[in-house]
Design a protein around this ligand. Structure first.
Ligand code: GRF
Length: 199
């Protein structure tokens, strides 16, 4: 079925980008991107799941969707980098989506994949880089929170913005409730951003 879909895409001239998704936790964005990759319009196929955490819940989707997974501990030393880069090369990966990936990639790694790594962040960047974004937005009485898909560059959460989506903060919100609504938006924004990049 999948082979047939990919063949059809090739025949219609849609280039499929072999993609690795990097996760550390639940993997709801991973699951959502896998589903998106199986649609006719998707310019990506998901060929690899990478995690720094062997206990990441999202790794179950490797089994469920029969996508290879690999654990690296991302110590960010040169040897480790080379191992990961060689592995990605072997698998012919040319695009990377970070989805709840909690490690900072080394400059060397980012340079080698220049312009081919994107991330989703749960705030309206450039506001609230880093962790606990919803808590901080609520504390500061912001009217809106949201999410951003951006290119990964050397400085954390600072690469060129691809797309953003706003979510209204309600008066009775807490970070749990807000994060649930933002996550729902993330599931729309990540595929839309990928379509935008490759259109
Ligand atoms: C998302 O909110 C994402 O924006 C952030 O980490 C969370 C990951 O959620 N970087 P999930 O693992 O995709 O469910």
């Amino acid at each position: 079925m999948e082979l047939k879909l990919n063949l059809m895409k090739k025949l219609t001239g849609l280039k499929i980008n072999k993609t690795a998704i990097f996760i550390s936790g639940t993997g709801s964005n991973l699951k959502n991107l896998i589903k998106f990759s199986k649609t006719k319009k998707s310019p990506i196929s998901i060929n690899l799941i990478i995690s720094d955490n062997k206990k990441a819940k999202g790794l179950k989707y490797s089994h469920q969707y029969k996508i290879p997974k690999k654990i690296f501990d991302f110590k960010a030393n040169k040897n480790d980098d080379e191992n990961i880069l060689n592995f990605l090369k072997k698998k012919k990966i040319n695009f990377i989506c970070l989805a709840g990936f909690m490690r900072i990639l080394s400059f060397n790694f980012i340079k080698k994949f220049n312009g081919k790594i994107i991330n989703i962040h749960p705030s309206l960047l450039p506001k609230y880089k880093g962790l606990n974004t919803h808590e901080r937005a609520i504390k500061n009485n912001e009217k809106f929170s949201g999410c951003t898909v951006h290119y990964v560059e050397k400085k954390l959460d600072s690469g060129k913005i691809i797309m953003q989506a706003k979510v209204k903060i309600k008066s009775k919100d807490n970070s749990f409730l807000l994060s649930k609504r933002v996550l729902k938006k993330e599931h729309e924004l990540y595929p839309a951003s990928i379509l935008k990049i490759f259109s």
